[in-house]
Design a protein around this ligand. Structure first.
Ligand SMILES: Cc1cc2nc3c(=O)[nH]c(=O)nc-3n(C[C@H](O)[C@H](O)[C@H](O)COP(=O)(O)OP(=O)(O)OC[C@H]3O[C@@H](n4cnc5c(N)ncnc54)[C@H](O)[C@@H]3O)c2cc1C
Length: 446
């Protein structure tokens, strides 16, 4: 057993990392749009965190007004193209579609993708920016929250500078989302399209750290939006975490997004700890890199799994194994390298604060052979950064008022760094709402 790269040939890597959902052509889109019932008080609108008028944009596609449909989508969600690829629609708009009761919901995401793909491929200019009013806003973090805020402000004539620590913008859309949903190339295109409105300058390789740098930014701008997301994967705090062959899921997926697939090392037998979206992405992509056996270890039973049914089915179809009611106790090593994952057997007792049945140890343990362990146990909040900036938070989640403003006057925040980690669509909405708060603040309303 060993960690190895270059396990597959070029063609297999390409097939394994291609997008799963195939786009609709114009005829398919028109036929699919004609199935919509255009419900009164449509539940799909309420189920979308950005409140896209779904029946309206579908009606516009059905009547051949693709430009109008793209405008309807983008007016509510500037990442309408990205969200059509990455949103867990099976628990959002498509779950709310009344046709779900007949097991055949409208393919809202594919229709949204059709419309926004046409708009982007034809470089349609759907909005024009008001002329510059001399106000300046700094955005720290060029992820979905930061760019959504930047776009809305730029439209209103504000000059926005985005400070981004990476070499590309898009945050986890660019560096975290699984390849089967969307490629980094699409993310770059979408960001170019978003910023083509004008008035947004992105400064790359520009991590803002320390009180002095933050004060400097505040002094030079009329307001600041913080959309820095979250940090590295949480520590397990069990013996063996430092062994060679133990990876954190965020860094593993970052490498998949930024390097050639043949360069990425993967084990023969991989143990994944956790069962959220990140764990599923790490598991399916380990398999697609050529790992022989990938097992997800989860401390509750399948009834409590946090991933969606669709993600679970995808992992199963990739051959990922699930070990239920198991909690890692120790990562066992030999000569400094991982050889086994030892787990506590768990059982479920009464519901905990989350309402799910609480896993408790049975006293029994078991171990299985692994040469790679990937920790996918959620991201740590950026507590150090927030403390440096003197921003109030609760366990790392920034505290904001209804306008997205923090304890510091003129400093707003939104996205994962406020909600603790949700979806792209929630970050986009938070950025949009904070932009409204900033406009209100710059207009002199307190
Ligand atoms: C592995 C993984 C897979 C996911 N898959 C999906 C999915 O399929 N669908 C979905 O809807 N959601 C998914 N999510 C969640 C989604 O990506 C996030 O909710 C969303 O990206 C949050 O947006 P954000 O702008 O708040 O933060 P981020 O996307 O994290 O962006 C924050 C940005 O701030 C920058 N930054 C951080 N600190 C600084 C600093 N000090 N100075 C300057 N810049 C800084 C970062 O480089 C980054 O670009 C996934 C998350 C992970 C971890």
């Amino acid at each position: 057993m060993a960690l190895k790269n270059n396990r597959l040939d070029h063609k297999t890597y390409q097939e394994n990392f291609a997008e799963i959902n195939k786009p609709l052509n114009s005829v398919e889109a028109s036929m699919e749009a004609s199935r919509c019932l255009f419900c009164y008080d449509a539940p799909c609108i309420k189920a979308c965190p950005t409140g896209i008028d779904v029946p309206l944009f579908i009606k516009q596609i059905a009547s051949g007004n693709v430009r109008g449909s793209a405008k309807t989508i983008i007016s509510s969600n500037i990442f309408g193209g990205g969200c059509s690829r990455v949103c867990p629609v099976e628990v959002l708009c498509e779950n709310a579609c009344v046709l779900t009761q007949h097991n055949n919901p409208i393919h809202i995401a594919l229709l949204q993708r059709y419309s926004t793909d046409v708009a982007m491929s034809r470089s349609w200019k759907l909005f024009s920016r008001k002329s510059s009013n001399g106000k300046k806003v700094a955005v720290i973090g060029g992820g979905p929250a930061g760019l959504s805020c930047a776009h809305k402000l730029a439209l209103e004539g504000i000059d926005v500078t985005v400070f981004e620590k990476e070499k590309a913008a898009g945050g986890l859309m660019t560096y975290g989302v699984a390849a089967y949903k969307t490629t980094p190339e699409f993310c770059h295109q979408e960001i170019d399209w978003i910023t083509s409105v004008g008035g947004i300058e992105i400064k790359y390789d520009s991590a803002i750290q320390g009180l002095e740098a933050f004060r400097n930014i505040r002094e030079k701008h009329d307001a600041v939006f913080l959309g820095a997301g979250l940090g590295a994967t949480r520590k397990l705090s069990i013996p063996g975490e430092e062994l060679e062959g133990v990876f954190d899921a965020i860094s593993f997926i970052y490498d998949i997004r930024t390097k050639n697939h043949s360069e990425i090392q993967v084990g023969d037998k991989v143990g994944i700890i956790g069962l959220g979206m990140t764990a599923i992405d790490a598991a399916t992509q380990s398999k697609r890199l050529g790992a022989e056996e990938v097992s997800i270890v989860y401390r509750r039973s399948s009834n409590e799994k946090p991933c969606t049914e669709k993600e679970y089915e995808l992992a199963k179809s990739d051959g990922v194994l699930f070990i239920w009611l198991a909690s890692p106790k120790e990562i066992v090593g030999e000569d400094g390298r991982v050889v086994k994952l030892m787990c506590n057997k768990m059982k479920l007792s009464e519901p905990d604060a989350s309402g799910r049945l609480k896993p408790v140890k049975t006293g029994e343990t078991f171990a299985f052979d692994v040469d790679m362990v990937i920790k996918a146990t959620g991201q740590e909040p950026l507590v150090k950064l927030l403390d440096e900036f003197e921003i109030s938070h609760s366990y790392g989640r920034i505290i904001v008022n209804q306008f997205g403003e923090t304890n510091l006057e003129g400093v707003f925040a939104g996205g994962d760094c406020v909600n603790g980690g949700k979806e792209v669509v929630d970050a986009v909405e938070a950025g949009k709402l904070a932009a409204i708060g900033i406009l209100r603040y710059l207009g002199g309303e307190k």
